[in-house]
Write a protein that binds this ligand. Sequence first.
Ligand SMILES: Nc1ncnc2c1ncn2[C@@H]1O[C@H](COP(=O)(O)OP(=O)(O)OP(=O)(O)O)[C@@H](O)[C@H]1O
Ligand SMILES: [Mg+2]
Length: 204
Amino acid sequence: MCETAYGKLERIYLGGEAEVRIYENVVEKIRKPKRYRHPKLDEILRRSRTKTEAKIISLARRNGVPTPVVLDVEGDKIVMERIRGKPVKEVMSTEISEKIGRYVARMHKAGIIHGDVTPMNMILSGDKIYFVDFGLAFIEDRVEPKGVDLHVYFESLKASFDNWEELKEAFLRGYRSEYERADEVIKRAEEIELRGRYVERRMT
Ligand SMILES: Nc1ncnc2c1ncn2[C@@H]1O[C@H](COP(=O)(O)OP(=O)(O)OP(=O)(O)O)[C@@H](O)[C@H]1O
Ligand SMILES: [Mg+2]
């Protein structure tokens, strides 16, 4: 592919929210316009969400969670370090899930809600697990959204791995080991799961 200031453009991901361009050494993430919104409002929202995402990537890093270094933020675009490694989905283990639990605990202690804790958004590089996607992240210190973070992760385990129960236990070990309010959040995650089941039953 074509040669640019960032080196060769190797791959492009077209997600729901963003276009992600993977170059030799850097990654560009550009938030896509939403056609149903007024263009001016859409531009304001995209800029502000891009800024929030970049801020939270750096905040997480300062709180001991491996994330890419942010190199530049420009309108609706973030330029960041490219993390080389394997998608966590391909290398998942109890050891890795326990570590994810520790990192999510660090985010929650700092008041960061990730918003999309799934193996698709993490990369294993060396002995670190990098969180690369903070597109849905926000700052909150209530128990409910923290419970939702856990619930979303457990659901993603169920959908992808036969040994999801083991992986869930490993995550909880890691989460408890670094967060004094862990039990409160874990209890809430269980309640959220029950609420979900109740709704499912009513709809069938
Ligand atoms: N810094 C990075 N280094 C290496 N690969 C990355 C990096 N950022 C993203 N990627 C790759 O690109 C894919 C898509 O990126 P990301 O998850 O941020 O976008 P998205 O899911 O479309 O965004 P959103 O969840 O905000 O809609 C990731 O799953 C990952 O494989
Ligand atoms: Mg993603």
